[in-house]
Design a binder for this molecule. Structure first.
Ligand SMILES: *Cc1c(COP(=O)(O)O)cnc(C)c1O
Length: 388
């Protein structure tokens, strides 16, 4: 193989599969932990929806991160992986009764509540259990993140959160309820955000809302600014660790935390994207009338991001030693026209049997897989599986 990124033995595994570089994951986590430790009151929760592979969860848990969950299944997966339930935050516009009950049974840190009807149900279920539910309100800050429209979540027209207009009203309502304890505000403006100006805009908004609430004598214990830090999908080899420096310093410099307040982050993609590759085998190289297709054995069932978000992942041929190159469309075998990983990309001249790596696939890859076409799930292997 023409790369030292992958361990020996990889070529004999049934494709397609995910390969996770856990050394890279560990150095990414060490970097995050360093920022958490050097800023008092900062807490990072891993957004588990990015990747819930137990091998990765075990490592992430070792670094002491909390978890950001959006379903009961994720709460259960977090607990099974050994995360501290008191560091779990739970968001989502449609929490089912059993999911709320599960969160209460485990005394999670807080529910990020997205509507009044949800608040009422949480209060009701908590009272049946004779418990206090800690709640933050997810406020829609109307900050338009510069990202793909399907992953922007903080604009006025998005389904997430409670409007700024209703903020005082919902807080007063929570304060009047017997079984909820109001803790603070939650925000999440979107994903794959690389322009720090978007996070600055969020900070400005949070400052403004805090000032507004202070005049009403409302104190916040928690500010949760969500996640969304993007990664470099174009040059993952050179930028394998996301820009945590600018990210955390943006918040440190711009956000006016009050005394005793804690600041919470929910990072998903930035934690796991770069450590994962989808490894697939070339089945056929087909010369169409106008284009050449590299047909691989992975498809949108294994990695849906290109089909769903027009996302680009760097694609490399890791077995070819060819000195010539050609231009290809790399496509999967699924019966959908959108089952295309990329078009017009230059690869070393590729042949049947060549292994292809689709990079930066650690986030929203394995977790979004489906079994469409009755395909088995691609397995996940990590660096540790290749150590003897
Ligand atoms: C998805 C999500 C995140 C994580 O987003 P990333 O872009 O992966 O960092 C954080 N918070 C909430 C509420 C989410 O839905």
């Amino acid at each position: 193989m023409n790369t030292n990124r992958y361990p020996k033995g990889l070529e004999s595994i049934q494709t397609p599969f995910y390969y996770y570089d856990t050394d890279l994951l560990r150095s990414t986590l060490a970097c995050i932990k360093n920022f958490e430790n050097s800023n008092e009151g900062y807490y990072v929760h891993y957004a588990i929806k990015a990747n819930a592979n137990p091998k990765l969860l075990k490592i992430i848990q070792e670094y002491g991160l909390g978890v950001d969950c959006v379903s009961g299944g994720e709460i259960q997966a977090s607990i099974d992986a050994g995360f501290d339930p008191h560091k779990i935050v739970f968001a989502g516009v449609g929490k089912s009764d059993w999911e709320i009950a599960l969160g209460l049974d485990h005394d999670i840190l807080c529910f990020n509540v997205e509507s009044i009807p949800e608040l009422e149900v949480i209060n009701q279920i908590a009272s049946e259990k004779d418990k206090q539910a800690n709640v933050c309100f997810r406020i829609n800050p109307e900050v338009g993140a510069h990202t793909h429209t399907n992953i922007a979540t903080g604009r006025a027209e998005d389904k997430f959160g409670i409007s700024m207009e209703d903020m005082e009203k919902v807080i007063r309502l929570a304060e009047s309820m017997t079984n909820v304890h109001f803790m603070g505000l939650h925000f999440h403006i979107g994903s794959q955000i690389l322009d720090m100006a978007d996070f600055e805009a969020l900070c400005d908004r949070v400052n403004e809302l805090q000032d507004r609430l202070e005049k009403e004598n409302v104190k916040l214990e928690i500010i949760n600014v969500g996640g969304g830090l993007g990664v470099d999908y174009t040059s993952p080899e050179t930028n394998s660790v996301p820009n945590f420096v600018d990210y955390f310093s943006t918040y440190r410099e711009r956000l006016k935390l009050r005394k005793g307040q804690t600041l919470h982050f929910e990072l998903g993609r930035a934690v796991v994207a770069q450590c994962g590759s989808l490894i697939t085998k070339t089945l056929y190289v087909k010369e169409g009338n106008q284009r050449k297709f590299v047909i691989v054995d992975a498809g949108m069932t294994d990695l849906i991001r290109p089909a769903l978000y027009q996302a680009h992942h760097k694609i490399v041929n890791i077995s070819s030693e060819a000195e010539t190159t050609d231009t290809y469309d790399v496509v999967g075998p699924i019966c959908e026209s959108s089952d295309v990983f990329d078009t017009d990309i230059v690869l070393p001249t590729t042949h049947r049997g060549d292994l292809i790596a689709i990079l930066s696939a650690g986030a929203y890859g394995e977790t979004m897989a489906s079994q469409y076409n009755c395909r088995p799930f691609a397995k996940g292997y990590s660096t540790e599986d290749f150590k003897d």
